[in-house]
Design a protein around this ligand. Structure first.
Ligand code: PLP
Length: 494
């Protein structure tokens, strides 16, 4: 193996700088002041205690912040401080200023949206990453950041049963991004770039997704400059209808438009519906369209082999995203993006200014993740993913997923057995959606009545133009007793 030097930029010799900027003791400004390392140690230890105490007492707090708009700002001084203040004041303000305005996603009775879990190994890794303060835009700007990321994302290919060819050691590869929206946006940009290179006018390019797709697909298509997005009809299970997709593609071609991109979802936000990947993928293959899979939430469940039939046909996909920051115990932000072939990705996003040139990149032996997404700069996110996987082990993560899915099934059984309620969609993972049989007003009243107790949070939404309730069970600390308490509330307030 060749040894690669990590110097990205050749330093200007110091004597030249000194000649240009003569300085002596008199005109040197005072050096900046910092907290001493001892102060950092003391406050840091106190803050770790503060977080641990928070996790221990969070259950006693109202789940949703109870404040009115502007209440936090009203407590802040109009102007930024001119002089630094004792750090202890800052810690004290956490309780008095910040906490009243926090909605507790780490509350065990968090049943709203999807989970956004923090966990001990993840938070500790986040702290280390901040302390190291590396900027891993190039391999050479911190080789460990890149190599751990590539390696852990290759591990996940096996752990989630994804196609082997998606590994960085093969033709594809994975990269961490901030959010699934960023991952999807990147896929849209690459597909658009490739189509434009083939001479297609972007204003004629069409993106397809189901009516249940996440708003990020629509936003990404707009940002990436597609001509339009076509929302495809769904089945009674709220899953994309391949026949409707084919018809839409054919109609668009007949109208002189250019179909380019299809986004299929494994686990829609509304109901965790699963688009038929194989059937959609076969259409994409036949029509030469880019197939992107949005598995932001449900992708996490694939660590358990029994859920993988939901993603049958993945070998037909060009790109895939899922969020460990939802349901894999990695705190926000951490979204994984895979491509089946990294060639078009790098071809679309690589721009090389002279100050980024370095021997390692030129050797072709390293990955420079700056070429794999829109931002140049990137932090060391992989550390927390690595530590979470090592700390829990795949087995620990499977146990967590299976526990949440079983709790969801238990709640679904109660809802099914009670004539006051109807479940409105299949619940293949850990989200159950239901409404009151008495009518829409009863559903809306129940949504508000349960949220008003402050002891739990869930999400009211709509399906087919009618109100429904989403209960998402996936918070790290949620136990059977919390779901029992939710059921008691439903039973009492319905
Ligand atoms: N896709 C799906 C299916 C989602 O459920 C969500 C968020 O819940 C997203 C995309 C967006 O995720 P992010 O907030 O990471 O952009």
């Amino acid at each position: 193996r060749r040894t690669l030097r990590c110097t990205a930029i050749s330093a200007t010799p110091l004597r030249h700088i000194l000649r240009r900027h003569p300085m002596n003791q008199e005109n040197l400004p005072e050096p900046p002041k910092h907290l001493s390392t001892q102060e950092f140690r003391d406050h840091g230890h106190a803050l770790i205690d503060w977080i641990a105490d928070y996790w221990e007492r969070v259950e006693e707090l109202p789940v949703m912040s109870q404040i009115s708009p502007g209440a936090i700002r009203d407590q802040l001084p109009a102007d930024a401080p001119e002089f630094g203040e004792p750090f202890q004041n800052l810690i004290e303000d956490l309780d008095s200023v910040v906490m009243p305005g926090i909605t507790h996603w780490q509350h065990p009775s968090w049943f709203a949206f999807f989970p956004a879990n923090a966990s001990p190994p993840s938070v500790l890794a986040e702290l280390v990453s901040a302390g190291l303060g590396v900027q891993g835009m190039l391999w050479s700007t911190s080789p460990a950041a890149t190599e751990i990321e590539s390696h852990v994302l290759d591990w996940l290919v096996d752990l989630l049963g994804l196609p082997r060819s998606w590994k960085t050691t093969e033709q594809g590869g994975g990269v961490l991004q901030m959010s699934a929206s960023d991952s999807t946006h990147t896929a849209l940009v690459v597909a658009r770039h490739q189509a434009a290179k083939a001479g297609i006018d972007p204003s004629s390019m069409v993106v397809y997704a189901s009516t249940q797709t996440h708003s990020s697909i629509q936003k990404g298509a707009t940002v990436a400059g597609y001509g339009q997005i076509r929302l495809i009809d769904v089945s009674e299970k709220h899953e994309m209808r391949p026949d409707a997709l084919r018809r839409a593609i054919e109609q668009d071609r007949a109208d002189g438009l250019n179909p380019v991109f299809v986004a299929a979802t494994v686990g829609t936000t509304g109901t965790t519906g699963v688009d038929p990947i194989r059937a959609v993928g076969e259409i994409c293959n036949e029509q030469n369209l880019w197939l992107h899979i949005d598995a932001a939430y449900a992708g996490n469940a694939m660590i358990c082999p029994e859920f993988r039939f939901h993603q049958d046909g993945l070998e037909l996909a060009d790109s895939y995203t899922f969020n460990p920051h939802k349901w894999m115990m990695v705190n926000f932000d951490c979204s994984v993006f895979y491509v089946a072939d990294r060639g078009p990705l790098i071809d679309s996003l690589s721009i090389l200014p002279p100050y980024l040139k370095n021997e390692a990149s030129e050797s072709g032996a390293v990955i420079d993740y700056r070429d794999w997404h829109v931002p140049l700069g990137r932090r060391f996110r992989a550390l927390k993913l690595w530590w979470v996987i090592r700390s829990y082990g795949a087995d620990g993560l499977r146990t967590m997923i299976r526990y949440h899915v079983a709790l969801t099934q238990q709640l679904a059984d109660r809802l099914t057995a009670d004539p006051r309620f109807e479940i409105v969609a299949p619940h293949p993972f850990a989200l159950v959606c239901f409404r009151c049989t008495e009518g829409d007003a009863a559903t809306t009243n129940l949504i508000d009545a349960v949220n008003a107790t402050g002891t739990v949070a869930w999400t009211g939404s709509e399906l087919d133009g009618r109100p429904m309730i989403r209960v998402s069970i996936g918070q790290r600390a949620t136990e059977e007793r919390h779901v029992d308490a939710l059921w008691a509330l439903i039973d009492q307030l319905a």
